[in-house]
Design a protein around this ligand. Structure first.
Ligand SMILES: C[S@@+](CC[C@H](N)C(=O)[O-])C[C@H]1O[C@@H](n2cnc3c(N)ncnc32)[C@H](O)[C@@H]1O
Ligand code: SF4
Length: 340
């Protein structure tokens, strides 16, 4: 197949294969995927509002096995408040989401938000159901500590298309400072097994990706990270750091500047479901303060096209973040390093 230009914007990936993932996905998944990515790019530019979200994220567990100092799960008071009374989305509600997504040919789903998806025991079953419902892009983002051989085998069978390993480091000493509670040796073993098994099965999917959030711990070592991980996985990607106001500013990397040109396109692309059925307009740490509906008493279509989502798009298009305390906090907390 002819190489398609599907890359939304150049990603800050060190190394040669910057559009590798998109190219392989287009080759493996064909026209449906290409069509979805074209819509995705338009939605990213805020030029298109589809009838139904292009991407749904489900926060199944609300909890995490690690305590990364960059994340809300690493801050006790934030975490307790965030996860208070949290229960995984019931199978009935999950199926309700899938049924409606199927009706509107929703292309893309992931199984985490600010939590760890592998804490969910029936994750693989839920992935299979999503595949059956017609999703073409099925994404797992994980810290990989619980990615045992059995779970790796089952996720490969279930048909995921992308797996992001949030690792942030390439040696034990750094890893244990950044991914608190995690075990570097186990993570390497788990990821090596996953990649080998996928290759032994002669599969090109899922695309495997190692990611690193650029903080004071990681930014000085970005090149070493890239060199180490690009030998193990398909893609290496760096993510801008979002400091949590009044909590994690100390982790901002030297030389980073607050991103003043910040625009938000999330409400053109996706929505997030929490375990109690609440629907959020985005995956921000603050979005629990911006519930736009609940799946128990509304359809996704009505929420996505309803007055709350419309108002959010209207204000974000003007870059007026002050209309919502959650947006105001979120917009002012991204840090970028120009030289990277
Ligand atoms: C919150 S985690 C949840 C999924 C899973 N537990 C994991 O770590 O992959 C989702 C992604 O957010 C990233 N992340 C965590 N804290 C962040 C921060 N302060 N700024 C930007 N990204 C962050 C993680 O590295 C991960 O890639
Ligand atoms: S593993 Fe993921 S959810 Fe857990 S604390 Fe780290 S970044 Fe947050």
């Amino acid at each position: 197949m002819k190489k398609q230009n599907l890359v939304e914007k150049p990603k800050r990936i060190y190394g040669k294969r910057t559009d590798y993932g998109e190219r392989i996905l287009a080759e493996e998944l064909g026209e449906k995927y290409i069509d979805y990515r074209k819509k995705w790019i338009k939605a990213s530019n805020r030029e298109l509002v589809t009838d139904f979200p292009l991407y749904i994220q489900i926060e199944h567990t609300g909890k995490c096995n690690l305590r990364c100092p960059t994340c809300l799960q690493g801050i006790k008071s934030f975490r307790d408040n965030y996860s208070k009374g949290f229960k995984p989305l019931s199978m009935d509600l999950y199926k309700k989401v899938l049924n409606e997504a199927k009706k509107y040919n929703c292309p893309s789903i992931s199984f985490h938000n600010n939590d760890e998806p592998l804490l969910l025991n029936d994750l693989e079953e839920r992935v299979k159901l999503a595949k059956k419902a017609g999703f073409i892009d099925l994404i797992i983002t994980t810290n990989a500590n619980l990615l045992t051989k059995e779970r790796a085998d089952n996720l490969l069978k279930a048909g995921i298309t992308k797996i992001n390993f949030s690792v942030d480091a390439f040696n034990e000493k750094d890893y244990e400072k950044i991914r608190v509670g995690g075990n570097f040796k186990k993570v390497i073993k788990n990821i090596d097994y996953f990649v080998k098994k996928r290759n032994d099965l002669n599969l090109r999917l899922p695309i495997t990706r190692a990611t690193c959030v650029l903080t004071r711990f990681t930014a000085p070592k970005a090149k070493g990270f890239s060199e180490f991980w690009s030998k193990k996985v398909d893609m290496v990607e760096f993510q801008n750091y979002q400091a949590i106001k009044n909590y994690t500013e100390k982790n901002i990397p030297a030389g980073a500047k607050i991103y003043t040109g910040f625009t938000c396109n999330s409400s053109w692309q996706q929505i997030v479901f929490r375990g109690n059925g609440d629907v959020l307009p985005c995956c921000s740490f603050y979005a629990t303060g911006m519930v736009v509906g609940n799946i128990k008493n509304s359809s996704i279509y009505d929420i996505w096209n309803g007055p709350k989502m419309k108002k959010i798009r209207q204000e974000l298009l003007k870059s007026n973040f002050r209309f919502s305390p959650a947006c105001e906090k979120c917009a002012g907390t991204f840090y970028i390093i120009k030289s990277l």
